[in-house]
Design a protein around this ligand. Structure first.
Ligand code: 9MR
Length: 367
């Protein structure tokens, strides 16, 4: 698409968002539109920039306008997980994940999917299964084969194993899956099944606190090595990146560079920067906001500095503050790049600066 037609189509999108906002009867004093950044996030980057999404967002014209303008990839936030898909009686429901997949396709955005194996989810349908390993294993196999197969050809990647490593770095987490199918074998099995169901999707192992807990990070890397050595088709490494605003500078850069040593694509898969989950609880808010902006820049710039083939995508876990899961934990948190009304915060400009580092040969960002 030429610059001219892109500008034109963006104006059309903005125009229709104005009309929709008017239909919604928004108060005049409320900002109706997110003012554009100098350049959108997706246009600032040489790699896909994503956000998580819930079906409820698709009915909000302002969210739709923001996500279309800023993002080239979508990850269903929870409606592609077992908690939604798998019913207590063992049947599957795909209405909402299908709707998100259709939205992504209609808007020319990539679809990334999370998650297949997660210690935190043990739906009734599995818990209730017969104790025999055979039934359990075939239900596990069927779930992965069916769900991955359904989005074959559209999903660019899957979080196959999510959050497998213990927080203290002492080995791997216990889970229903590990109990029934083996600590290591259930992971290996999930990768093999996902590969068979969609040979083209990039298959990730994904985890969090890798930048802040050295022992956990070490165990994560050992697990990756072991999976690769066993021949598991691990195609990429996911670094969730739920950061605290007072994380010391340099940690994210070191983490991404260490991950890059595996030579696999890297996904910054769930980036947000909390102002509440900080150690320096009494730090002035403005100082934390500066820390937040600096971390958005550092993460994007470090990512942009990875070898091209390893820059899978950078995904935000919430575009606007009010979209964030962290609001449920602390109503005063404001972890996203855009505020509740969809206006770019300093964090959005900082993120854009970091993303642009890739466009200009890793030149230093503006601020
Ligand atoms: O943000 C997600 C929230 O809406 C869901 O209720 C929750 C359970 O499905 O998962 C949240 O996302 C998590 C992600 O899948 C894995 N890393 C941590 C995220 C925040 O809890």
């Amino acid at each position: 698409m030429s610059g001219l037609s892109r500008g034109l189509s963006r104006r059309l999108v903005l125009g229709s968002a104005v009309a929709l906002a008017a239909c919604e009867g928004r108060a005049k004093s409320q900002p109706a539109l997110a003012p554009p950044l100098l350049k959108s996030l997706k246009d600032s980057a040489t790699f896909p920039v994503g956000t998580c999404v819930q079906v409820s967002h698709l009915d909000q014209p302002l969210w739709v306008q923001l996500a279309r303008a800023q993002c080239s990839q979508l990850t269903p936030e929870w409606e592609m997980k077992m908690e939604y898909i798998l019913q207590p009686d063992g049947t599957y429901r795909f209405d909402r994940p299908d709707r998100i997949a259709a939205f992504a396709k209609a808007n020319g955005q990539r679809l990334y999917c999370t998650t297949l194996v997660w210690y935190a989810q043990k739906p009734d349908a599995f818990v209730k299964l017969d104790e025999s390993r055979v039934n359990f294993a075939s239900a596990f196999d069927n779930y992965i084969t069916t769900v991955v197969g359904r989005y074959r050809g559209q999903a660019v990647g899957w979080d196959v194993v999510n959050e497998a490593v213990a927080e203290d770095g002492e080995g791997w987490r216990q889970s229903l899956w590990a109990d029934k199918l083996g600590d290591f074998d259930h992971m290996r099995r999930a990768f093999d099944l996902a590969k068979a169901a969609d040979p083209h999707a990039v298959l990730f192992i994904n985890d969090y606190n890798l930048e802040s807990l050295p022992k956990k990070f070490d165990t994560f890397q050992r697990l990756v090595e072991r999976l690769l050595k066993a021949g598991a088709p691990v195609g990429g490494l996911g670094c969730q990146s739920h950061l605290a605003a007072d994380l010391p500078g340099g940690a994210m850069t070191r983490t991404l560079q260490a991950l890059a040593r595996f030579g696999l694509p890297i996904h910054v898969s769930e980036l947000d920067v909390s102002l509440s989950r900080v150690e320096r609880r009494f730090a002035p808010r403005a100082e934390l906001e500066r820390g937040q902006a600096a971390l958005y820049t550092e993460t994007a710039e470090a990512f942009a500095g990875l070898p091209e083939a390893q820059r899978f995508a950078l995904t935000l876990w919430g575009l606007r503050d009010k979209d964030s899961w962290l609001r449920g934990e602390n109503a005063a948190d404001a972890p996203a790049p855009f505020n509740d009304d969809g206006w770019p915060k300093d964090a959005a400009h900082a993120l854009s600066d970091g993303l642009s580092a890739g466009l200009y040969g890793n030149a230093k960002p503006r601020r």
